[in-house]
Design a protein around this ligand. Structure first.
Ligand code: ZN
Length: 270
């Protein structure tokens, strides 16, 4: 699949398009043979649906794609259903998950910035970019991105994994946390691991990144080596943590997440 992001919609009506339409946080899809099909239609009136707002987000294999916000109480058309992205990321597949994640973030930004956060007046959409500008004071708002670090800490032949209270039971993962204002990503890695499990790290190296639309994170992944300290559980977010070898891992996250890619990297290399 070849997705090309864009902000300016085609000048003339191009007919059929992919519609990533959301009711609250749920995407309208058709489930067929364990696959997830995104509606490819002229517009949402094909389903007798009237969107609250729409945004053009680019082309998928040269076909236009739109995000749309639906009313909170709409029913799914015959043969279709609404699903949270987390529930369907396996049948969606990596490519469609990425596009749907972009679509929901653009939709939410459009929904959440109808009024200026500084003076309270209405905003207008800037049509050459994804931006909203206040008609009175000129404040500009772009879709929000919240960078977070996620780190595989290695000690000898073992990896540091933790269980957070918000995780499903038995699931363990690498340590993650949001970057604070004024902080470098490397400082964030060190602070989060110290705060959550009391461990010092060194040799922090970039691994990769992943947009994570729950609701607007950019996960920036690192590897690091243990440098000192004993595991100390903060009990706020983390309820258990330990060092695990590749042949004795607990329950770990799904394939789609960069957390899992870090753990798979550890298994392949240690
Ligand atoms: Zn304003």
């Amino acid at each position: 699949m070849n997705f090309i992001p864009a902000k300016v919609p085609p000048s003339k009506n191009t007919g059929l398009a992919f519609w990533f339409a959301f009711r609250n946080d749920e995407l309208l899809v058709k489930m067929a043979d364990e696959r997830t099909i995104i509606p490819y239609i002229n517009d949402l009136s094909s389903f007798n649906l009237k969107p609250v707002r729409t945004q053009y987000i680019g082309t998928l294999d040269e076909r236009p794609c739109y995000s749309a916000e639906l009313k909170k109480d709409v029913q799914a058309p015959e043969g279709m259903s609404f699903h949270g992205l987390r529930q369907i990321f396996v049948p969606l597949g990596d490519d469609l998950f990425r596009i749907a994640g972009r679509a929901i973030q653009i939709m939410k930004w459009d929904q959440n910035h109808q009024f200026c956060g500084r003076c309270g007046n209405s905003t207008e959409t800037v049509h050459t970019e994804h931006a909203k500008v206040c008609v009175k004071c000129g404040l500009r708002c772009y879709p929000r991105l919240s960078p977070a670090t996620i780190t595989a800490v290695i000690k000898g032949k073992r990896i540091l994994l933790a269980h957070a209270g918000r995780f499903p039971s038995k699931l363990y993962s690498v340590i993650a946390g949001f970057t604070e204002s004024g902080e470098t990503l490397e400082e964030c890695v060190k602070r989060e691991i110290m705060e959550e499990v009391g461990i010092e790290v060194k040799n922090i190296r970039y691994f990769g990144s992943q947009p994570w639309p729950f609701p607007d994170s950019l996960m920036v992944a690192f590897t690091a080596e243990y440098a000192g300290g004993k595991i100390f559980i903060d009990k706020n977010e983390i309820t258990d943590a330990g060092w695990f070898s590749a042949d004795d891992l607990p329950g770990i996250p799904d394939k789609v997440s960069i957390a899992r890619r870090l753990i798979d990297w550890f298994v392949a290399n240690y």
